[in-house]
Design a protein. Sequence first.
Length: 313
Amino acid sequence: MTKQWSPMLVIRPESGSARLEDSQSRLTETVNPAALAEQIIGGSAAVGSMAPGEPHLSDPVRADWVAGGWRPSLEYFDWSEEGRVGAVREEPVGELVEEPVADTTAADWRWGEPAGRAPVSGRTVGEVLVHRRTARSYDPKGLGQSAFAGILHDFAALLDDSVDTGGFRVGLRFTAVVYGVDGLTPGVWSLCLKNKVATLVRAAELRRVMSDLMCGMQAAETAGATVVLVADFQERQQRFPYERALRELYVEVGRIAQWLILASEARGAGCLITPATNDKVLCDVLGLPPGQAPVYTITFGPRKPGRTVAGQA
């Protein structure tokens, strides 16, 4: 009888090993990469210890999503139902292991007016919005400090130029989780867009931690940074004491995220935006006080060579 593999089976490389994940069957397994390669080349009936299933057991809706190029979205949906698929942790959630790093910069970083600003590309805002594409992995060369400064500067300028007529930005904070920015200590940085300064809150290597708490999305593994939009709910509830206030918050953070996308795209960076996070763990990572919580993340880094966006010179 004909067998077929689950369309949700993925192989993720790890240091000295390979991880098999199938979000549909909710199984995960770590295997020896050499043995895995021999199984695949030899046409084995199993990959690792996972065996293929019967064709008639496959979900036609899932097959259509995979054929349409939406497999990552389907995978994230599976993760959202019961958390990380089949993951076995030695440490409890909320106490994720992080790798400490040495401080390489002063506690305060003032980006101000960045030197060597990128030339205007000639594209209109509409062209940038139409041609932007989600980027889930990035150029391993990393993000330059001047490029990061330029993104933050342009982002702040775009926010200043937009009119917040309803005061919907009350109680919103901005925090950056830095992974790979030349000259900046990896870790959590508090952003003050008004004064154009970032303050180091904690130094730590958080790529794997952020990948785990973002429903297993791998963007943080190669990104330069993730900007987190944080809401002070007590402050917002005092300002907006009515039932549609939460909906207005979601609309506003989505609007703000678009400004950051524009600023990033203008400097050749790709973005992944998502509200899908393990909020409790992210609160611990950011060191947020009670009453504050993350509501949106924008992860970005330089696009890989040869993957420029359509419409960009």
